[in-house]
Design a protein around this ligand. Sequence first.
Ligand code: PMP
Ligand code: GLN
Length: 384
Amino acid sequence: TVRRLAPHATTIFTEVSRLATHFDAINLGQGFPDTDGPESMIEAAVRALRGGHNQYPPGMGIPELRHAIVADETARTGLVHDPETETLVTVGATEAIAAAVVGLVEYDDEVVVIEPYYDSYVAAVAMAGATRRAARLVRSGGHIRLDVDSLREAFSPRTRAVLVNTPHNPTGAVLPREDLEEIAALCHEFDAIAVSDEVYSHLTYDGVEHVSIATLPGMAERTLRISSAGKLLNCTGWKIGWVTGPADLVEGARTARQYMSFTVASPLQPAVAHALRHEQEWIATLREDMQARRDELAGILTGVGFDLVVAQGTYFLTADPSPLGVTDAAAWCLELPEKVGVAAVPFAPFTDAFTDDWSHLVRFAFCKRPEVLAEAGRRLQALA
Ligand code: PMP
Ligand code: GLN
């Protein structure tokens, strides 16, 4: 392995899921739902498989899917992109992030990454051979907000891009418009682009509104928006994501991804297109279900004695196990599957410069059937 990737040799999701499988634990670590997406989507995939959609599709994605993506995005955000030049289908949001960074960032550029981060951001910056600069989120009055001073310090004339994620993994926070305005102001000042990971944009709770940084004044021209069918439609194993943005930025991502995967599994593309067109009610119901599951798991974790930051979005609850006597949250997470039969992920691997702020925390995923959460609750009682 090259030196720049050595720190990324394994991921915490790989490690925790391996332990969960080995000890037959309930996996509230890696975030994936335990029920399928809409039936009509599965049927559409089967039809496509049987109907001969089994050879290379166009590199940008099939036109039907690109049109459906643009329509979905317009309904969610008001943004209007050209399906021909401003929409690229990728192998999950993961490839979208990597392709955007590798295709748009030079070796001597800097990329601002806000901590805690989704782990693939730092690996993508390393693959691009660029320099990473850290900003941070902070806990403030029960919510999680951007530390604007840290962001300002992280930007410089060498900044090419900032990676933005809201609703935010791992914290479950939804960044308010004011925080996004601060990021946008720095993008304008330093002529930087935003790579905006919005894979949880459809999962906000308690009436909290998702704001895309691309909708702020002057930002549509300098933002790549990233989404994932995995999260929208409960099909994380299909690995279908997409990028939208101005043609010159999409072109950078398109160029890089041509040599990563070239294109995306053909029979799954018409199925996702079908679901984006016809299953918007299903997606709306998913949000209601997830909010109820968040409440259920929050009740369980509070009952056991964790301190919680209640998620306003995503699949994830941030929990502080210190009241249970835990002093090393990362080590504790690695023991939990064997000792209790439940898996969670520690925050430490999602940090680097600001580890001290976050490493006492752990993340529990609530995107599971109610009976599974209830069983996890019974097992976690052993900690109370
Ligand atoms: N970004 C965030 C914030 C995520 O949580 C995930 C994983 N769900 C991804 C990107 C990767 O998405 P995908 O599985 O579509 O590659
Ligand atoms: N995005 C999911 C999570 O945060 C899964 C990540 C992964 O398996 N790489 O849990």
